[in-house]
Write a protein that binds this ligand. Structure first.
Ligand code: ADP
Ligand code: MG
Length: 223
């Protein structure tokens, strides 16, 4: 088992007061290594909240997040940051590329976060950049690239440290239909090739249906 969420509860506001809003309610989830999973659910149902807990970007009010046997809720902030950088890749609705850096510099940023870039890193980056079809754009900045190219670059950045798990929050949400289909296929192809586990939150029925497993978040639980 790669990841287990055990009895996760999470809300916002001050517990015990009127301001408190429960979002996740004793939620359980088990994800096997290599699995490709989609999570759907209405806006406001807590999909981003759930993904942020899986990705250790936020902590639950109660429950455990167990990654490869270790409970992430017991990690210090520093240890979590290192854990995320080495084990997880994130893709968001907006690409969040750095505007002042070129495509290649953006991709290698997560590598620089834990040391110098090696020849292997550069070869791996080149392989991925060619694979997703943005090699011609490698020295361009995000403002000089299309939305689809930026989002494909964000996928490469998510893969650069060879993560075990990719978390994608509405990755096709800002793309037109053609680019959305291309990005979905790319995520599926690359996760299969690299044996990376993929969890994607999506509004797109097309994307959700292409995943091997589909869960719906409703009333704070997965069904
Ligand atoms: P989804 O991604 O499914 O649209 P979210 O996880 O973003 O849902 O939000 C779930 C609920 O929690 C919503 O009602 C939202 O308003 C609320 N919420 C999300 N983040 C915060 C926050 N940082 N502070 C207060 N409320 C929040
Ligand atoms: Mg969301």
């Amino acid at each position: 088992m790669l990841l287990q969420l055990k009895n996760i509860s999470k809300g916002y506001g001050e517990p015990g007061t009127h301001s408190f809003r429960p979002v996740l309610d004793k939620l359980n989830l088990e994800i096997k290594k290599g699995e490709r999973l989609s999570i759907v659910g209405p806006s406001g149902s807590g999909k981003t909240t759930l993904l942020n807990l899986i990705g250790a970007l936020d902590l639950p009010d109660a429950g455990e997040v167990i990654f490869n046997g270790s409970d992430l809720t017991s990690y210090s902030k520093d240890r979590l940051a290192t854990f995320r950088n080495q084990n997880l890749g994130f893709v968001f609705q907006l690409h969040h590329l750095m505007p002042q850096l070129t495509l290649m510099e953006n991709i290698l940023l997560p590598v620089l976060a834990h040391g110098k870039t090696s020849k292997d890193d550069k070869n791996w980056a080149e392989h991925l950049v060619r694979k997703v079809g943005v090699w011609e754009q490698r020295n361009q900045k995000p403002a000089e690239m299309s939305g689809g190219e930026c989002q494909r670059t964000a996928v490469v950045r998510a893969l650069i440290n060879k993560p075990e798990l990719i978390l994608a929050d509405e990755p096709t949400g800002a793309l037109d239909e053609e680019n959305a289909t291309a990005l979905t296929d790319l995520l599926l192809e690359l996760s299969a090739e690299e044996g990376v586990t993929l969890v994607t939150v999506t509004h797109s029925a097309e994307m959700a249906n292409k995943m091997e497993r589909k869960l719906t978040l409703k009333n704070g639980q997965l069904h």
